[in-house]
Design a protein around this ligand. Structure first.
Ligand SMILES: NC(=O)c1ccc[n+]([C@@H]2O[C@H](COP(=O)([O-])OP(=O)(O)OC[C@H]3O[C@@H](n4cnc5c(N)ncnc54)[C@H](OP(=O)(O)O)[C@@H]3O)[C@@H](O)[C@H]2O)c1
Length: 279
C-alpha cells in the first residue's frame, strides 16, 4: 500500500515507518524536515496534491507542550481536520489517527481536548477510520521515556504523592502492530486504547528501570501534589515537559482495559518486564 505518514520523523513515526516498510508498504514521510509544516497545512487544498495514489493516511504529529508558534489547536486539530477532509475527496483512503489515552469524555487538559476534537471530527466523517489512543509508549528513542529513565537513575526519587499513580505503558512494538492491524482489519470505525498488558504504579515502573540497570531500589521522597504543581509553574520554564498540565494528567493515572486491543492485534501486548527487556 501507499501510505502517507505524518510525524514520520518522531519517536512513534520512525518506528511505524520502519514497521510499514518491513511489511512491504511504501511510505511517504511528512514532517517539517520533509518540507511539510502543519502550520501551513490547514486547508484541504494544501493536502490534496499529496494524496494522489495514497491508500492510507496515518497522522502521528503531536506536541506535548505548546510554544508561541506550535499550538495544540493548529497541530492537533486544524491541520488534521484539513487532512481528513482532503481524504474525503480522494479515493477510498483509510485514516489512522494517533491520538492519546485520556482523549475521551473525561479529557480535561488542552492537550487531551485538542486530540479529542480531531478524533471526534474524524469519527463524524464517512471514511474508513481508526483512532488509536496510546498510553505512555516506551521504546528506543522516546523523549518522555528518556525523561523517566533520567529520573529513575537518581538514587533519591522525588515523586508526586510517592509515585502511587497507576500507569499502563505500552511497548512501541505493540503500537506498531496495532497500526499494521488497521491496514488489514475488515472492521473500521474503531477507537482503541493502546496499552500494555497490565497497569503498574509509577514508583514500581521506575524501580524496575533501575533494576534492569543493576541498580538497587531508590529511596522515594513523596512530594505533595499541590506543592508539585507550584514547582511546575516555575519548573516548566527550565524543563518544558514539567508543565502543570502534564503533572495533572500523570496524577490522574493513565490506564485502560487491554482486552479490545488484545483482540485487535491477536494477542496480549507485552507486560512491562518482558517489554523492558526488548528495548
Ligand atoms: N510518545 C508517547 O508516549 C505518546 C503517547 C500517547 C500519544 N502520543 C502521540 O503520538 C504522536 C507522536 O508522538 P511522538 O512521541 O512520536 O512525538 P515526537 O517524537 O515529538 O514527534 C512529533 C512529530 O511531529 C512532527 N511535528 C511537530 N511539529 C510539526 C509541524 N509544525 N508540522 C509538521 N510536523 C510537525 C515532528 O516532526 P519535525 O519536528 O521533524 O517536524 C515529529 O515527526 C503525538 O500525537 C503524541 O501526542 C505519544
Amino acid at each position: 500500500m501507499n501510505i502517507l505518514l505524518t510525524g514520520a520523523s518522531g519517536f512513534l513515526g520512525r518506528h511505524i515507518s520502519k514497521a510499514l516498510q518491513d511489511a512491504g508498504h511504501l511510505v511517504k514521510a511528512v514532517s517539517r524536515r520533509d518540507g511539510f509544516d502543519f502550520k501551513q497545512m490547514t486547508t484541504k487544498e494544501a493536502w490534496l496534491p499529496h494524496l494522489k495514489e495514497i491508500d492510507v493516511v496515518i497522522n502521528c504529529v503531536g506536541i506535548i507542550v505548546e510554544t508561541a508558534n506550535q499550538t495544540f489547536t493548529t497541530l492537533h486539530y486544524q491541520a488534521p481536520l484539513a487532512l481528513f477532509h482532503a481524504c474525503l475527496e480522494s479515493n477510498d483512503i483509510t485514516v489512522v489517527q494517533i491520538s492519546a489515552l485520556g482523549a475521551n469524555d473525561n479529557a480535561f487538559t488542552p492537550y487531551q481536548l485538542s486530540k479529542k476534537a480531531a478524533d471526534d471530527a474524524l469519527r463524524s466523517l464517512p471514511l474508513k477510520w481508526f483512532v488509536l489512543r496510546p498510553s505512555l509508549v516506551y521504546g528506543r528513542g522516546g523523549k518522555s521515556m528518556e525523561m523517566f529513565q533520567r529520573l529513575a537513575s537518581l538514587p533519591v526519587l522525588p515523586l508526586i504523592d510517592g509515585g502511587n499513580q497507576k500507569i499502563q505503558p505500552v511497548h512501541i512494538n505493540d503500537l506498531t502492530e496495532a497500526v499494521l492491524a488497521c491496514l488489514t482489519s475488515s472492521k473500521s470505525k474503531r477507537t482503541l486504547d493502546i496499552v500494555g498488558a497490565h497497569s503498574v504504579l509509577l514508583k514500581e515502573w521506575l524501580q524496575l528501570m533501575r533494576a534492569a540497570r543493576g541498580k538497587t531500589p531508590a529511596v522515594i521522597i513523596p512530594i505533595p501534589y499541590k506543592l508539585s504543581l507550584t514547582i511546575a509553574i516555575f519548573g516548566k520554564y527550565i524543563f518544558p515537559l514539567m508543565h502543570p498540565d502534564n503533572l495533572r494528567m500523570l496524577n490522574k493515572g493513565s490506564y485502560a482495559d487491554v482486552n479490545l486491543m488484545a483482540e485487535f492485534i491477536g494477542h496480549l501486548p507485552l507486560d512491562i518486564k518482558t517489554g523492558w527487556g526488548k528495548i
